[in-house]
Design a protein around this ligand. Structure first.
Ligand code: NAP
Length: 266
């Protein structure tokens, strides 16, 4: 038990398992009170009780289906109205391992609703109050397939490319207003994600699979270092910096009055 003052409340989506549950453990140990969001009440209740007993932090459970507008509205309402919430971990997400044209378009649409629409609406619910308070942070869980959509299902990759672009833009607009943004960019992580996506994690070569506690510890180390993008697997930071420098070099020439020479008629 602790008598330590709270470091503010963190709302974590997808906290019933995997990466989200690890964030709950680590953030409670760091002194945050918690609001845990997912659909599985039993799992959330168990985790909440265990974390409260271990750390003495206040841990609330909010059962909501974020793929459903009513469930999502419940969580948005908490983020808009609660002055104590200073950290949003936008983690809930699903993937697929099927090829694009073998995938059911309705399942792809549900994936977009969760990975893109819910994540965006929750950021919109949290950010204005964080700006008004001049403090707060949003951690968005992206994926390496946002950079390399060839690796897995293309719609999944596209949803995570959206998360990367939105995070970049939120950072651009909010960094000067006291609001921190971080996009976490995991490779394969040993969670139930893979079973839900259609391929058990055991089918992957073990050398490309990170344990969820290593991933979350690295992501929090990146957060503490003030990173906007944290890629826990990438050995050389310089490789990411070169990628970003190439992007920056393109920006001044991406919109011009004149057509590039190679597209002009001879
Ligand atoms: P996970 O263990 O399957 O966790 C997913 C979480 O999202 C669960 O808590 C699940 O809880 C929740 N969730 C799913 N659908 C939901 C819905 N409609 N409404 C509310 N909550 C919902 O997988 P994970 O690996 O920890 O995934 C977390 C995030 O990491 C995802 O955004 C995923 O894209 C990303 N990621 C994972 C990997 C990987 O290899 N595992 C790699 C890169 C990125 P309920 O079922 O109880 O609702």
């Amino acid at each position: 038990m602790t008598t330590q003052a709270s470091h503010g409340t963190a709302l974590i989506t997808g906290a019933s398992s995997g990466i989200g549950a690890l964030y709950a453990k680590r953030l409670a140990a760091r002194g945050h009170d918690l609001i845990l969001v997912a659909r599985s009440r039993q799992r959330l209740d168990r985790l909440a009780q265990c974390l409260h007993e271990k750390t003495g932090r206040r841990v609330e459970v909010l059962v909501a289906d974020l793929g459903d507008r009513q469930g999502l509205a419940l969580v948005e309402q908490q983020l808009r109205s609660r002055d104590d919430v200073s950290l949003l971990v936008n983690n809930a997400g699903i993937g697929a391992t099927t090829a694009l044209l073998d995938s059911d378009v309705d399942a792809m649409t549900r994936m977009i609703e969760l990975n893109v629409t819910a994540l965006t609406r929750l950021a919109y619910a949290a950010a204005p109050r964080f700006v008004a308070q001049g403090r707060g942070a949003i951690i968005n869980i992206a994926s390496i397939v946002g950079i390399a959509p060839e690796i897995l299902n293309g719609v999944y990759g596209a949803t995570k490319a959206f998360v990367l672009a939105l995070s970049q833009s939120l950072h651009h607009e909010l960094a000067g207003k006291g609001v921190r943004i971080q996009a976490v960019v995991p490779g394969a992580v040993a969670t139930e994600f893979w079973t839900v996506a259609g391929t058990p994690v055991d089918a992957l070569p073990s050398e490309i699979v990170m344990q969820a506690d290593d991933l979350v510890d690295a992501a929090l180390a990146g957060f503490d270092q003030g990173e906007l993008f944290t890629i826990p697997s990438l050995p050389e930071l310089a490789d990411w910096q070169a990628y970003e420098a190439a992007r920056q070099q393109l920006i001044p020439n991406l919109s011009r009055q004149s057509v590039a020479q190679r597209y002009r008629r001879a």
